[in-house]
Design a protein around this ligand. Sequence first.
Ligand SMILES: NC(=O)c1ccc[n+]([C@@H]2O[C@H](COP(=O)([O-])OP(=O)(O)OC[C@H]3O[C@@H](n4cnc5c(N)ncnc54)[C@H](O)[C@@H]3O)[C@@H](O)[C@H]2O)c1
Length: 436
Amino acid sequence: MKIAVAGTGYVGLVTGTCLAEVGHSVTCVDVDEKKIKIMESGISPIYEEGLQDLMQKNYASGHIRYTTDYQSAYKNAEVIFIGVGTPEMPDGSCNLSYVKAVVEQIAASIERDCLVVVKSTVPIGTNEKIEKMLKDNLKHDVHVEVASNPEFLAQGTAVRDTLNASRIVIGTESKKAEETLKKVYANFGVPIVSVNRRSAEMIKYASNDFLALKISYMNDLANLCELVGADVKDVAHGMSFDARIGDRFLNPGIGYGGSCFPKDTKALKSLAADLGYDLKTVSAAIEVNALQQKRLYTKAKAAGVDFKGLKVAVLGLAFKAGTDDLREASSLKHVPLFLEEGANIVAFDPVARKNFERFYPEGDNLNGSIKYVDTAVEALKDADICFIMTEWSEIKKLKAEDFTGNMKSAVVYDGRNLYEPEDMKNAGIEYYCIGR
Ligand SMILES: NC(=O)c1ccc[n+]([C@@H]2O[C@H](COP(=O)([O-])OP(=O)(O)OC[C@H]3O[C@@H](n4cnc5c(N)ncnc54)[C@H](O)[C@@H]3O)[C@@H](O)[C@H]2O)c1
């Protein structure tokens, strides 16, 4: 099928590439000319395992192309996916300005009947508004319908998640739209959950907010475990045998980050508030997360750490392993606090360094300074204290000797519970983790 995808971010580019991989003819559209040039040269503008290889393969076979010329991309497309960002507004509600801009461009461009599919996460009822907006602004006499098809991929495993999705949710209001989307996904061979548009929009928020709740619950519980002398790892293990609970998302840490959970919790809370409903559970998840994202700093301060002039090793910057994304990363909450107090930071991240440098360029910063190095061990050299922010395998595989042998004083704050507290203590490391 002839498909266009608006937006080549984590969702749009992975979706476009995977649709090309199963045989569709895909045109990816972005407003960012630099990005288009990079992709045309065979390089992925984002880090996702396996993505670049698939992009190159499908570009070579002519299944995918990239352009800023939206008109040529949309005018003859049978299906147009919208995968642009829906960030949060200062009041927590969902910013639909990028979606609206795309809708205007689509309305001005389409010259044949087509299905517009909203992949971006949007508040319940938005698909309906998009359809009306499209119909009100059409330049040509064509039939257009809108379907919801929320995305469930996780950054770091996006390609795998898309090609082997647990389910594909489609929200449609007509048999024709439902059949078209089923045809798009026919070669994926995964279960399709077909519901109406509002339910599909809600499934996305309900799923993300449930996972955010699960994370915040375990983080809250981990903090209590520290006070009562329980080990949260053992507690989670004991809980996991109950099939109603399951064994995933029970690892405590320094809060959820990324481009989805933080904004999707706030957006649902805001949508509920607009309707006069107080979504208390989700509000609690947001509140717990805000505190947890600074948890290592809070712990260090409680232990009497004075950051002035301290050499601080920061291991990991990305919001989670497998991605270069920094949106809502705990590192971005901690680093300014360290710098404010006069720390000299040496940071390591295998892929997110460049993105972090945009916020904190190398050199003096606030009352301290920041420097970037290529390996975790280099960051540890002569450090007074170490903070672990991301569960990268390069960091996980460090041995106790790497800390004791390189640091000036082996004080480690581990936000990802990467090591056994007993082993670290036996090696002479002052080791702090979460809930153990
Ligand atoms: N990132 C994730 O893990 C994830 C997972 C599931 C759902 N989502 C949802 O998917 C949507 C996209 O998220 P993302 O992380 O991929 O965003 P992103 O910020 O990485 O990418 C958005 C892209 O859209 C482009 N863009 C903006 N306006 C455009 C226009 N008029 N035409 C074409 N391109 C345009 C931008 O230049 C950018 O490249 C959001 O609604 C998000 O909530 C994201």
